[in-house]
Design a protein around this ligand. Structure first.
Ligand SMILES: Cc1ncc(COP(=O)(O)O)c(C=O)c1O
Length: 417
């Protein structure tokens, strides 16, 4: 298990106060905090060996190139990728998914084909497919969910058919916490010759993810949700699929030879990385992967499972709250959405904020899901390696106050400030 006390010491921001109260950071699904080693790796690069990569013969450039490629190796190992070249740097999950939409999907999805997604996709794994479907004359099929917030088992199978060309699905829902059975879905989709893209934005930071085991064709994730900096993410593509893909962006470094009227493409992964890349942040993502690897992803998952179990047991005691997603923690990540029919989630979020507690409120970039659930927004607490039971207790206590405050007019009138 994790030594949370020791972990917390590695995160400088956890010492700060918000409105004079100790920060309780429960917005990890939006972005995680960064340990000192990640912050220091950025400083080390800019102070010690800042140079462009893959193009210099001088010492600094070679040092930067080595560190930059070493980070790719680390990320590849972290997700079980067979080769480092099958990991392409992107800005984030959204860009990784768009890369697939603009390259593989644009070339391979044909009129009459179907792209299958679920009702619980983040807009980043829905809107790009709407464009592909529209441009290529394909149809988007949406697997419905049950009241418990899981894929409807009675319907899921019927959505994956010989017409399916692509299944694009999240491994963990950012709005419900649901863990989807992506391995079995991948097997099923492959049986019909379809490709599978997994949105790993909420899974790669929180549990062991192995692309060889899942056998997915694409895996997209963001560095900033897994202790790394913003502006860096990755797309894994199965080597035989990647080999046949056309470039996404064109320009320097992604070419081998250029004439006035044509060009040939560089090898992998450079073919997909036009221009000067985000060197510092890629290296810092490598440091984030080192940190998570040292903790052990099984331990990370176990910690979150136990804390989620505890949080659910506490939140369930607040009768006025509706909770969403599966109640069995073996089927959910550390994402805790809640809702009260009389109080807008933004009001809850603002009240909690005044007590130093950071949560997210809104539609969480899943408007079709909110519509399907018959609400417009939820409040969402999301957990990570540095969160504690004491923080959950604080959330629950302040939440109870907030609900009393907003549903009892006399309290509101008497509240100081
Ligand atoms: C499941 C899921 N997919 C995609 C994204 C998009 O990630 P990014 O904003 O880093 O591109 C998020 C972000 O919250 C997410 O939770």
């Amino acid at each position: 298990m994790l030594d949370v006390k020791a972990i917390r010491k590695n995160f400088p921001i956890l010492d700060r106060k918000v409105y004079g109260k100790p920060l309780v950071y429960l917005d990890n699904a939006a972005t995680s905090q960064k340990p000192h080693s990640v912050i220091q790796s950025l400083v080390d690069y800019y102070e010690g060996y800042n140079a462009n990569v893959h193009r210099g013969v001088h010492a600094l450039s070679m040092e930067a190139t080595d560190k930059y490629e070493e980070a790719r190796h680390k990320v590849a190992r972290f997700i079980g990728a067979p080769k480092p070249e099958s990991v392409i740097w992107t800005r984030n999950t959204s860009e990784a998914i768009n890369l697939v939409a603009y390259t593989w999907a644009a070339a391979n999805i044909k009129a009459g084909d179907e792209i299958v997604v679920s009702q619980m996709e983040h807009h980043s794994n829905l809107v790009p497919w709407q464009k592909v479907a529209r441009d290529n004359g394909a149809t988007l099929q949406v697997i419905p969910i049950t009241k418990e917030g899981v894929l409807d088992p009675s319907q899921t199978d019927s959505f994956i058919t010989r017409k399916t060309k692509l299944l694009a699905i999240n491994q963990v829902s950012n709005s419900l916490g649901t863990i989807n059975p992506v391995k079995s879905l991948t097997k099923k989709a492959h049986a019909f010759g379809a490709k599978v893209l997994i949105d790993g934005a909420q899974s790669v930071p929180h549990m062991p993810v192995d692309v060889k085991d899942l056998d997915c064709d694409f895996l997209a994730f963001s560095g900033h949700k897994m202790l790394g900096p913003t502006g860096i993410g990755a797309l894994y593509v199965k080597p035989d699929v990647l080999e046949k893909m056309e470039p996404f962006l064109r320009g320097g470094e992604m070419v081998l030879e250029v004439w006035n009227d044509r060009a040939t493409w560089n090898g992998l992964p450079m073919r997909f990385e036009a221009g000067t890349p985000n060197i510092a942040d890629a290296i810092a993502l490598g440091a984030a992967v080192d940190y998570l690897t040292a903790l052990g992803m099984d331990n990370v998952r176990e910690h979150e499972k136990q804390l989620t179990q505890y949080a659910l047991s506490q939140l369930k005691q607040i009768e006025e709250l509706d909770l969403f997603g599966p109640m069995d923690v073996s089927q959910r990540g550390g994402i805790l959405p809640f809702h009260n029919s009389e109080v807008h989630p933004h009001d809850l979020g603002t009240y909690l904020d005044r007590e130093g507690i950071a949560i997210r409120t809104g539609h969480h970039c899943t408007m079709p899901l909110m519509r399907a659930m018959g609400i417009v927004a939820t409040a969402r607490a999301s957990l990570y390696i540095y969160n504690t039971e004491e923080e959950v207790d604080k959330l629950v206590a302040v939440l109870k106050d907030a609900l009393r405050y907003f549903t009892d007019g006399t309290k509101r009138a008497n509240r100081p400030g």
